[in-house]
Design a protein around this ligand. Structure first.
Ligand code: NAD
Length: 476
């Protein structure tokens, strides 16, 4: 079946020129060096109106296509991302700061293709709910209309795909607003995807908070997919109330990990490290508080120091690095002040904790902090950076109470040699996902979403598709 003539080859080695970085636009600088990366267009609420009008006009035609046609186009989009993967990864590394290697830029671009393909391959069939002498009832999921997608700066391309792929798959059109810190990455990604999609299905409006706020109030937007901080999520919930929008809220987290006394410190150390330090700690579902049983506390600390010391941090374009800078100065300052609070309390800094003054990039060294109180700000607040507090516990009840003690609950993890014991602990943890002997490993087939103030709604898998459809029961 040929549904679109544009199976175009790779677009350009230099995606920056392809996305028409505009003269007079906002300067985007490399967080590793301070050098200019490009000039991002400052779209306004007037540009937003134009995008919403075009997206609304295109939506009925897109909704009228079959699931098979929409899936085929998403697969073509995955092909286009793969054909441009290296250029996308380089731009992402320069703008976001994350290294090409390690669980970073190349992995993120690969995930974009993987999520597009998996989302294309999932079937959401109508369910027959009743079929007996009383009659028949079916449950269908219809397109919702125009989806407004608002994203953060930590995984800008991947999270955009998490939002746009299921939205398009279900027959909606999309207006995407990237973070003002990382617009070029998303503009480039959309440019690549739009090279194979029919016109006007997918728009990107590169503006600030005012554009995000306008999306959340706009009567022409039917559903919002939001990923960002809990504070912004609450603002969107409030400003979308008058238009009763459907919302998927993926908000902040402060994920706990609990290491049981039977865990093998050497064996778990590398997974623990990457659970916490993936994307240099700037990950919603990263391990942000580690609770370790007193019997193996020192061994786990020592094993983590060994792994951490072997992970080079530096400019993301240097192939040897696997850790990078913080994306922006504001985030650097948050991490620095939280580590300072830990030091001031008398906590023991095992590694790092002393950033080099007056450097050009926002590098904060890999930091491990032991013997820290559970009420310290480095534990209770989301650090979103490369600084992990390690808290000692004596009883499992105490550890679970501490893990559940905050008002967020995105992910959590349990570390043990006994899977059944770990599963029993998982059942007592208040979080949308609990991983065992790993942390933060997302999968496009497995629903992902938060508990408590980490948000509501689910992404990925068939449940994710349902959240981009208007349920409709038909009875006869
Ligand atoms: P942020 O909330 O500051 O910004 C996110 C987006 O919201 C940006 O595009 C911003 O312009 C926009 N925005 C700001 N004010 C707005 C308003 N009033 N109305 C509408 N839009 C508005 O978040 P951030 O600093 O970019 O990202 C970091 C946060 O995101 C962390 O808390 C992290 O845990 C969270 N996060 C969550 C997930 C998840 O899946 N749960 C994933 C990634 C990041």
């Amino acid at each position: 079946m040929t549904i679109h003539p544009n199976t175009r080859p790779a677009i350009s080695k230099d995606l920056l020129s392809a996305i028409h970085a505009v003269p007079g636009g906002r300067e985007i600088t490399d967080p590793a060096t301070g050098a200019l990366v490009g000039l991002a267009p400052e779209h306004t609420t007037a540009d937003l109106e134009t995008a919403i009008t075009a997206a609304r006009a295109a939506q009925p035609g897109w909704a009228a296509r079959s699931h098979a046609e929409r899936s085929e186009l998403l697969n073509l989009a995955a092909d286009a991302v793969e054909a441009n993967a290296e250029a996308l990864a380089v731009l992402l590394s320069r703008e976001q700061g994350k290294p090409l290697n390690g669980p970073n830029a190349r992995l993120e671009v690969g995930a974009c293709a993987a999520w597009l393909r998996t989302t294309a391959g999932i079937d959401l069939e109508p369910e027959v709910l009743v079929d007996d002498e009383s009659g028949t009832a079916e449950l269908h999921y219809r397109p919702m209309g125009v989806v407004g997608a608002i994203g953060p700066w930590n995984w800008p391309m991947m999270i955009s795909v998490w939002q746009l792929a299921p939205a398009l798959r279900m027959g909606n059109t999309v207006v995407l607003k990237p973070s003002e810190y990382t617009p070029l990455s998303v503009l480039a990604l959309v440019h690549v995807i739009n090279s194979v999609l029919p016109q006007d299905l997918l728009h990107v409006v590169s503006g600030g908070r005012d554009v995000g706020e306008a999306i959340s109030k706009h009567p022409g937007i039917n559903k919002i997919m939001f990923t960002g901080s809990t504070a912004t999520g609450k603002a969107i919930i409030r400003s979308s109330a008058d238009t009763v929008k459907r919302l998927t809220m993926e908000l902040g987290g402060n994920d706990a990990g609990i290491v049981l006394p039977d865990a093998d410190p050497e064996k778990i150390a590398e997974n623990l490290f990457w659970g916490a330090f993936i994307n240099t700690g700037q990950t919603c579902a990263a391990l942000k508080r580690l609770y370790v049983h007193e019997n193996i506390y020192e061994e786990v600390c020592q094993a983590l120091i060994k792994v951490a010391k072997a992970m080079p941090m530096g400019n993301g374009l240097d192939e040897k690095n696997v850790l990078g800078p913080l994306q922006n100065k504001a985030q650097f300052d948050i991490v620095a002040s939280l580590v300072q609070a830990a030091k001031d309390s008398g906590a023991r800094v095992l590694l790092g904790g002393n950033p080099v003054a007056n450097q050009p990039g926002h590098f904060y060294p890999t930091t491990l902090v032991a013997d820290i109180g559970n009420d310290n700000a480095l534990v209770t607040e989301e650090q979103f950076g490369p600084a992990l507090p390690i808290i000692k516990y004596s009883t499992l009840d105490e550890a679970i109470a501490m893990a559940n003690g905050l008002d967020v609950g995105l992910g959590a993890s349990v570390w043990s040699s006994d899977i059944d014991a770990a599963r029993n602990v998982a059942a007592r943890i208040q979080a949308g996902t609990v991983w065992i002997n790993k942390h933060g490993a997302v999968d496009p087939r497995v629903p992902f979403g938060g508990a408590k103030m980490s948000g509501y709604g689910l992404e990925f898998g068939v449940e994710g598709l349902k959240h981009l459809g208007q349920p409709q029961a038909i009875s006869y």
